[in-house]
Every structure is written in structure tokens, then in C-alpha cells.
Write a protein that binds this ligand. Structure first.
Ligand code: ARG
Length: 458
């Protein structure tokens, strides 16, 4: 391909370090699509004859059919997917195949291929996350009024509903989706026709190829076009953030599935046994989602490090952009599928959740708030009075709601029997009607709005 200037071939080591075909073979669909758009444009512009365009296009279609069957061949001598396709095209079409590479370079070619691949990856993640959101909506609706403890510091804090908790996950996923959507919008400009770095003297039509490949427009600076990998970093950063969320959800699955919690029972389909302890049901899928998030963050860091010192325009270091993106995408897609599967199939155990919510004096704030509202007590003082009530309940081994009125009145005479309407966990969650609060009606309203949003956007 560049043999004209060289007397000797590359050493075996050179060949091995130089080759990207072992991994960039994944770009074959995008490479062929890019070439077909390019040659069609060259034909329309009168740069390549109609006859050659037809032959080249038919050859590319044939190669696509071949690869569909058995994938591209991996021959290190052909370096990368671009040369692999072109060399096969020469077998099929003969010397006219050489006209395909007019007015382009592998630099704009790979930039285009990779953008197309990452765009598909973003679309796949976007869809996967929508499925997760729908799964969360369904389970949240089912459990809009199911009581569970809300935690801070992993200590029982205030009762919430399971639906509210699941909708918190929903909001995290919604932000992830919007990050991928933003990244896609920025990605969607076409670098093809930037050639090696400076553009080309051929009268090409970059708007034409951009349109044919589904881009909004061509990019505006040829140097930037062949050196920009922001779209891959955007993908990796969005993937990292998303995987952090999935990891936090996974962590809650792990905690909830543990015997002391017992909030959920993971189905057999998402559990594994132990080879030595017959009683074990391990949440391996959740643990691996948690683990994969570390690897995804590592992929993001890898490309950041690759790019950080590169001068304009193209440098071969950039060939290393693809493995971390491919790896992160595979891990992320699997993680999204695993979390979705667990959300859909987990059996929640409302009795355990309620018992835990009732165990930690989780309605103490409700007592304090009641004293403020009904007794006109300043909040700080109400906090202190409530602390004494909690201490008493703890020493008696009862819930706040089960303390006798006389005992409460002995602590503060302003307390009367109306207080019992706020001391149960049900009353507590029902009272939290502020926007975004945990009251079942609020949760249901948010579910309905979220569903309408999803349906509207689809
Ligand atoms: N395999 C290369 C890559 O992925 C294609 C671009 C090669 N360009 C070059 N000037 N050597 O980056």
C-alpha cells in the first residue's frame, strides 16, 4: 500500500505492533458503508467513471455479504480493516478498485468509521436504558405504597416507599440517557473528505457523503476532523457515569439480598450457588455489574491518557482508541441487560422491608414535626423532646407509635393523642407530599409523568 518508497518489508514485530485488524475488524460494516457513500459521491462529482462506481459498489456489497457469513479475515499483513476491505475489493474488481481511495485517506476514513460505530453504540445503550426505565416504572408502580426504610449512612432514617426508591434509580438512568443523547448530537458531524489532514483538491461534495451516512453535516476543519476523538471520550465518559449508577444499584441488590436484610429474593436465573456451601444463593450478576463499572472507568481513563499529549493532526497512538471503547461498550451493554433482568424478576419482600422501617424509630422526625406544627414548639426543642421519646421507646423495646400517651405526655405535656396519626410508618410516608416526596400519590404522579415522557419521546 505504501511499498513504493520502501526497499524492505516490515519486521515481524513491526507488523504486529502496527496491525489493528485483530480489533478494528469490528468496524467492517461502517467501513463498507463509508466506502459506498464515498464512491457514489465520487461518481456524482465526475471524479470516478459511472462504470467504475458500479463495479466498486457491487464489489463492496459482495464483501459485505461475505463478511456477514464469516467475518473479515484477520491477516496482519493487511494491517487494518480499511486495507483488508480494499485488498479484497482489488481481488474482485481488479485495478479499478484503486480508484476508491481517491480524495480520502485512512485518517478521515477511520474517523468516519469509528464515529458511525460509536453512534450505533450510543443508540444501543439509549435503547437498553429505555428498557431499564420501563422495567423500573412497572416495578415502581407495583410498589408505589410498599413501605421500606430510607437510609442515610446506611442507618434507618425515615420510611419511604419502594416505588420511590425505584424511581430514584429511574432518575439516575434518565440522566444517563440524556448524556448519551447529548453526546450523539455532538458526534453527528461527518469527517469524511478531510483526507489525510488538509482536505483535498478534488471537487468532492462533503455534504453529500455526510447526508448519505446519516450525519447532520460535514465537520468544519480538516485538521480537527482527523484528530478529534471527543466523540469516543464522550461515549466513555457517559458510559462511566452510567456504569457508576448501575454499580450503585447493583450494590443495593447485593445488600438487599443478604440474609440480615432479606429485602429481596433474587430469582434463580440471576443467582449462583456455591461449590462448597449448599445453602448459598450468591448475587454474582449484581457483583459483576459492580465490578464491571471499575473496568469501564478504566477504559475511559485509558483513552484520556492516550489522547492527552497528541499534537494535531493524526498520530498512530490514536489507533489505540478502539479497544477501550469496544470493551467498555460490551461491558456496559451486558451490565444494563443484567440490571434490567434483575429489576424485572426480583421478588421483593415487603414484610421484611416494613419490619426494618418500623425498627429504627424512623418516624422520629414526624414526631418532631408534629410538635412544631401542632404544639408551636421550635424545631430544635422538638428535636430534643423527640430524642427523649426515642430513648424511652428504645429502653422499653417498642416502636414510637406504641408508647403509651401518658409516657409521651410525661416527656412533654403538649403532646396529645392526635400525635398517633403521624407516628406510623404509613402515616409518615403519606404525609410527605412535597414535590418529589415519597407519598404514594406523589410517587404515582411521577410514574405517570415519566411514562408519558417516555411514550412521547419514543
Ligand atoms: N488503523 C489506523 C487507525 O485505526 C487507520 C489509520 C491509519 N493512518 C495512518 N496514517 N497510518 O488509526
Amino acid at each position: 500500500m505504501w511499498g513504493g518508497r520502501f526497499a524492505e518489508g516490515p519486521s515481524a514485530v513491526m507488523r504486529e505492533i502496527n496491525a489493528s485488524i485483530p480489533f478494528d475488524q469490528r468496524l467492517w460494516r461502517q467501513d463498507i458503508a463509508g466506502s459506498r457513500a464515498h464512491v457514489a459521491m465520487l461518481g456524482r462529482q465526475g471524479i470516478v467513471s459511472g462504470e467504475d462506481v458500479v463495479a466498486i459498489d457491487a464489489g463492496l456489497a459482495q464483501i459485505a455479504a461475505e463478511y456477514e457469513q464469516s467475518g473479515p479475515p484477520v491477516d496482519l499483513a493487511l494491517e487494518d480493516i480499511h486495507m483488508t476491505v480494499e485488498s479484497r475489493l482489488a481481488d474482485i474488481v481488479g485495478p479499478a478498485a484503486g480508484r476508491l481511495h481517491t480524495a480520502r485517506s485512512r485518517n478521515d476514513q477511520v474517523a468516519t468509521d469509528f464515529r458511525l460505530w460509536v453512534r450505533d453504540a450510543m443508540d444501543a445503550v439509549h435503547q437498553g436504558l429505555e428498557a431499564l426505565q420501563r422495567a423500573l416504572l412497572a416495578r415502581a408502580e407495583e410498589h408505589a405504597a410498599t413501605i421500606m426504610p430510607g437510609f442515610t449512612h446506611l442507618q434507618v432514617a425515615q420510611p419511604v416507599t419502594l416505588g420511590h426508591h425505584l424511581m430514584a434509580w429511574y432518575e439516575m438512568v434518565a440522566r444517563d440517557r440524556s448524556r448519551f443523547a447529548d453526546a450523539r448530537a455532538r458526534l453527528n458531524r461527518c469527517p469524511l473528505g478531510s483526507a489525510a489532514l488538509a482536505g483535498t483538491g478534488f471537487r468532492i461534495d462533503r455534504a453529500d457523503t455526510a447526508r448519505a451516512l446519516g450525519f447532520d453535516a460535514p465537520t468544519d476543519n480538516s485538521l480537527d476532523s482527523v484528530s478529534d476523538r471527543d466523540f469516543a471520550l464522550d461515549y466513555l465518559m457517559a458510559a462511566t457515569q452510567c456504569s457508576l449508577h448501575l454499580s450503585r444499584m447493583a450494590e443495593e441488590f447485593v445488600i438487599w439480598a443478604s440474609q440480615p436484610f432479606g429485602f429481596i429474593r433474587l430469582p434463580d436465573a440471576y443467582s449462583t450457588g456455591s461449590s462448597i456451601m449448599p445453602q448459598k444463593r450468591n448475587p454474582d450478576a449484581a457483583e459483576l455489574v459492580r465490578g464491571h463499572s471499575g473496568r469501564i472507568a478504566g477504559c475511559m481513563t485509558a483513552l484520556v491518557m492516550t489522547m492527552k499529549g497528541l499534537p494535531l493532526a493524526y498520530s498512530k497512538d490514536m489507533q489505540d482508541d478502539k479497544p477501550p471503547v469496544f470493551e467498555a461498550h460490551d461491558l456496559l451493554a451486558l451490565s444494563i441487560a443484567a440490571i434490567s433482568g434483575m429489576v424485572e424478576t426480583t421478588r421483593f419482600v415487603p414484610e421484611r422491608m416494613r419490619a426494618a422501617a418500623e425498627s429504627g424509630f424512623s418516624t422520629a422526625t414526624d414526631l418532631a414535626d408534629w410538635l412544631v406544627r401542632e404544639g408551636g414548639v421550635p424545631f430544635r426543642e422538638a428535636h430534643h423532646i423527640t430524642g427523649r421519646a426515642v430513648k424511652l421507646a428504645e429502653s422499653e423495646g417498642v416502636m414510637l407509635a406504641n408508647l403509651p400517651l401518658v409516657a409521651l405526655q410525661a416527656i412533654d405535656a403538649r403532646i396529645d393523642d392526635r400525635v398517633f396519626t403521624v407516628l406510623s410508618v404509613d402515616a409518615s410516608v403519606a404525609s410527605r407530599t412535597s414535590h418529589g416526596g415519597t407519598a404514594p400519590d406523589q410517587v404515582r404522579a411521577r410514574i405517570a409523568a415519566a411514562r408519558a415522557g417516555l411514550d412521547g419521546a419514543a
